[in-house]
Write a protein that binds this ligand. Structure first.
Ligand code: PLP
Length: 401
């Protein structure tokens, strides 16, 4: 029998076609090899998988529902829009799906600490939550600029018991935080696990995080089928690194379903105005893997921007680079203005305030519904918008109904 897509990718060295791999300093080769071997075993271990299942049910609140957004669909005047409600996960976003699993992996490896960098603080909060649950130490590296900007998330991490390490060199944002965390990890890899926050980084993280997010797609497929007796015509998700998108897509990859990844177009198409890596980028290596990335004149990761601070990343998971190259996924974009419009529309028509990241997928789905009146569209609503409300109302006045 022919192997399924998920059995075939990545290959044993972590490649999805030509993208992926592990480009790491020699001092860390052993640590990543250990993670790889352990995950290979645990991903087939009944004990590991059933412990994870119980955590998902009793702590995270899974399964999250699939919801038919009747009012929004009628407003768009066409296709039917459904939401997989990852905003209802404990902590308010899909990130906890992989953070709980990564922390469980740390426990099985006998580690006492989990560590990571964070940009807007969402990954840091989810990881600090997982650390609290498992009684592990947690160390989060964060640029000083981001610490100032994302103050509530810094406080959240500290309340949850994490140590936040400020990074004060260079531009003092995500890229420097990654470098700082990698460096700190080199001397601690015996006792700590580096828990990457999306389907990015060196092998095996793109595969592992995809597997940990697959629960979203598996549930959604079953729930959607139960509601409609069919598969959806389209799946839609926003792409930063691409974990919520891979979670949904991976369950439909061998099915006749169109898969749309939505990248942030920010305020324009010039370098620095957006973070649409697949749309405008080229092949390159950063943060330990080969993918499609946005580069500046010197070939370094370019500055990026989006109103959704969880999706402004200058590269993208290697599997997304591969899937778009072979034509299995469709890559679309959504700018700040359309995302803000969708943020308010979903709030006022359905009583659901979405995260600004997720609002990019909502806006794209609204257009798709208008253009394809017969289609059903299943959107991964990756997170809730409580974290964004102060920022949004200050910059974009609340529209009257
Ligand atoms: C972090 C985040 C994203 C982007 O991450 P992916 O790995 O691309 O899924 C999307 N939505 C929300 C709510 C987030 O917090």
């Amino acid at each position: 029998m022919e192997k399924s897509y998920l059995e075939s990718y990545p290959d044993k060295n972590g490649y999805f076609g030509k993208y992926g791999g592990a480009y790491i300093p020699p001092q860390l080769e052993k640590a990543f090899e250990e993670i790889n071997e352990a995950y290979d075993k645990l991903s087939k271990s009944h004990e590991f998988l059933s412990e994870l299942k119980l955590i998902r049910k009793h702590y995270q609140g899974r399964p999250t529902p699939v919801y038919y957004a009747k009012n929004l669909s009628e407003y768009c005047g066409g296709g039917q829009i459904y939401f997989k409600r990852e905003d209802l996960n404990h902590t308010g976003a899909h990130k906890l799906n992989h953070c709980m699993a990564e922390a469980l992996l740390a426990k099985y490896l006998g580690k006492t600490k989990i560590m990571a960098e964070t940009g807007a603080g969402q990954h840091g909060v989810a990881l600090a939550t997982a650390a609290a649950y498992f009684g592990l130490d947690c160390e989060i590296h964060m640029g000083e600029v981001d610490i100032e900007k994302e103050h509530p998330n810094v406080v959240r991490m500290q309340i949850l018991g994490a140590k936040v390490v400020p990074v004060g060199h260079g531009l003092k944002t995500l890229k420097e935080a990654v470098d700082s965390c990698f460096e700190a990890y080199i001397s601690q890899s015996d006792t700590a696990l580096y828990a990457i926050g999306s389907v990015v980084g060196p092998h095996p993280f793109p595969k592992m995080v995809r597997d940990f997010q697959r629960v979203v797609g598996i549930e959604a497929k079953e729930q959607f089928f139960e509601m409609t007796g069919k598969l959806p015509d389209n799946c839609v998700a926003c792409i930063g690194g691409g974990s919520n998108a891979m979670g949904l897509f991976s369950a439909f990859i061998d099915d006749p379903v169109k898969l749309h990844g939505v990248e942030p177009l920010g305020i324009g198409t010039k370098l620095g105005q957006h973070a649409a890596s697949l749309t405008f980028g080229e092949e390159g290596i950063m943060h330990g893997f080969n993918s499609i990335m946005l580069k500046d004149e010197k070939g370094e990761p370019a500055p990026v921007y989006s109103v959704g601070s969880g999706i402004d990343y200058p590269s993208v998971g290697p599997e997304h680079a591969h899937l778009s190259q072979i034509g299995r996924t469709i890559v679309g974009t959504c700018d700040d203005a359309d995302a803000i419009d969708a943020f308010y529309k979903l709030s006022q028509l359905e009583g659901i305030i979405p995260a600004l990241e997720s609002a990019h997928a909502v806006a794209y789905a609204m257009k798709l519904a208008k253009e394809n009146p017969k289609d059903s569209i299943l959107v991964n609503l990756s997170g809730r918008g409580d974290k964004d409300i102060d920022f949004v109302v200050e910059k974009y006045p609340i529209p009257t109904k």
